[in-house]
Ligand binder design. Structure first.
Ligand SMILES: Nc1ncnc2c1ncn2[C@@H]1O[C@H](COP(=O)(O)OP(=O)(O)O)[C@@H](O)[C@H]1O
Ligand SMILES: [Mg+2]
Length: 221
């Protein structure tokens, strides 16, 4: 690993993450890290190339995340992750939680990135983009067909709920506008419908979606 060619970012490429990345490389999950698509408080997302000439997205959670408290709310009431602990254990549980949430949503036939693998604080998933360029967020591009896009998103949110989960962070910032319609991303906080606050999160998701699309004069819902 030639450190001069690495897009080194504070708090992400620590020694533990490098070990996990090496394991992913050995398994052929990716062959090189190309660039950072997005830098966030909790994680960075990278476009990576695969040995087959395709791309994957890697989401690397910060081991020193400032958001432990926020995360705890979405993990404590979820019986899949009871006793997830704190600190690095919590970040590992969170990464696994995002992987499991994506798997379930994907299996339900929803528009979400197909999860590929997870290890420690790193999640590999389908890269959503065209010709290697990541798709834009709804917040950046807007919608050309607000009624159609709203219907597709609402249908996925309902499908996810019928499958036993609530996304819990739906907003124009967590939707990518792809050529196959709007995709929901950022699924780490999604909780089981048995979570004591799942109904509140579900209503908030619906309200966020309706609020965003209401700015379009042609929107009818
Ligand atoms: N599978 C993906 N393919 C392409 N770009 C992605 C993918 N997942 C995330 N991104 C990009 O990375 C950004 C941050 O990802 P997100 O999961 O929302 O993390 P955060 O918790 O930092 O908000 C997104 O807004 C999007 O631009
Ligand atoms: Mg996000």
């Amino acid at each position: 690993m030639d450190k001069h060619n690495w897009p080194l970012e504070e708090g992400v490429f620590d020694r533990f993450s490098l070990i996990s990345l090496t394991k992913f490389m050995k398994k052929g999950v990716f062959s090189s890290i190309d660039y950072c698509i997005a830098e966030g408080k909790e994680a960075n997302v990278y476009r990576c190339s695969t040995p087959e000439g395709g791309f994957v997205a890697l989401k690397i959670y910060r081991l020193r995340s400032p958001s432990f408290v926020h995360m705890q709310e979405y993990i404590e009431g979820d019986r899949r992750f009871a006793g997830a602990g704190s600190g690095i254990d919590l970040i590992h549980a969170w990464t696994q939680k995002e992987y499991k949430n994506l798997s379930l949503m994907h299996d339900l036939g929803c528009r979400v990135p197909d999860p590929i693998a997870f290890k420690a604080n790193i999640l590999a998933m389908e890269f959503l983009g065209e010709n290697g360029v990541p798709y834009s967020r709804l917040s950046d591009t807007g919608s050309e067909d607000p009624n159609g896009d709203y219907e597709l998103l609402l249908s996925d949110i309902e499908k996810i709920r019928a499958g036993g989960l609530v996304h819990a962070d739906v907003s124009e910032y967590n939707i990518l506008m792809t050529d196959k319609g709007p995709y929901l991303i950022d699924c780490g906080q999604a909780v089981l419908t048995s979570h004591p606050r799942s109904e509140e999160y579900y209503k908030r998701d619906l309200e966020n979606l309706r609020r965003y699309f209401s700015k379009y004069p042609q929107f009818k819902a």
